[in-house]
Design a protein around this ligand. Sequence first.
Ligand SMILES: [Zn+2]
Length: 329
Amino acid sequence: MKKACINSGLFFLVLANITANSVQGKGPGRFASTTGDTSIVAPPGYYPIIVGSFTVTALNDGTLLLPLDHLMKGAAAGELGQALTKYHRSLPTETSVNCFLINMGGKLILVDAGGGDVYRSGGLGNVLQSLARAGYKPEQIDAVLITHFHADHTGGLSKDGEALFPNADVYINQADYDMLFGAAARQVSEVDNVAKLLAPYKDAGRIRTFSKRQELFSGITAIPAPGHTPGHSCYLVGAGKKKMLIWGDIVHASEIQFADPSPTLMFDGNPGQARDSRKALFADAAKNGYRVAGAHISFPGVGYVDVDGSRYRWTPIAYSTNNKTFIFK
Ligand SMILES: [Zn+2]
């Protein structure tokens, strides 16, 4: 528990640095226009994907610049630099924050809520705009499934003590709920800040917890994959080869961790357990050929994991403008 708390503190330390950089005008999402205006922010994105009888829409919350050379553990500095160069990436590394909306027909389920105001000056907090562009209103959301308690996934749940998804139940693994509201959590002020984000839902009796693999809705199953946090969980949508696993923070640096799943991140509460969860999910996704959706893989963050010799390989899904397949039936 203590280790997890320390890592949580580091998480917020890095957050503070990212925020400070952004305030100084070095934040992500900005580019020069033809008029030389550097204040233009790239528009939020959404991308619908058919998953069996559901439509899953990737919603971009923004991008963060992550100093992976400081955050990655177990990857030698030279190898990390080489891997980033190979994929035309640099340091700090542009990193997407993706949420996913599941349209079940009768229900709308959001997986993660983005960084909200907590990360707004760091380049996040765009999920509501992305949701609106996709044609949905926050009050239509029936449930928000949280992959884990960190603020880049929970910051968008509420604003100034008010629930931003007023009709939604929030689902979270019991172990992460205990990190926020259990006796030990009270010792860590950073965790208290995240607890405040969930408080409007808790006060309304709208938080639901689970502690093992469990079907939450017909066709949506929670699967614990602990390590990054004690209750880190994935959500499996659909069945058979058409299914998609929304896996949260199993991968933070796709350029490095698919080739070698061993390196961990400073934010991993239990690095060994996080590594084991990653290896197990890579093996299963490669064996069974279903799509996976990552919170921190470049938007839309959806693709396939394959075995490539002694390594794994990530292949993003093909971009498609075939609108007929986007209509939910
Ligand atoms: Zn994250």
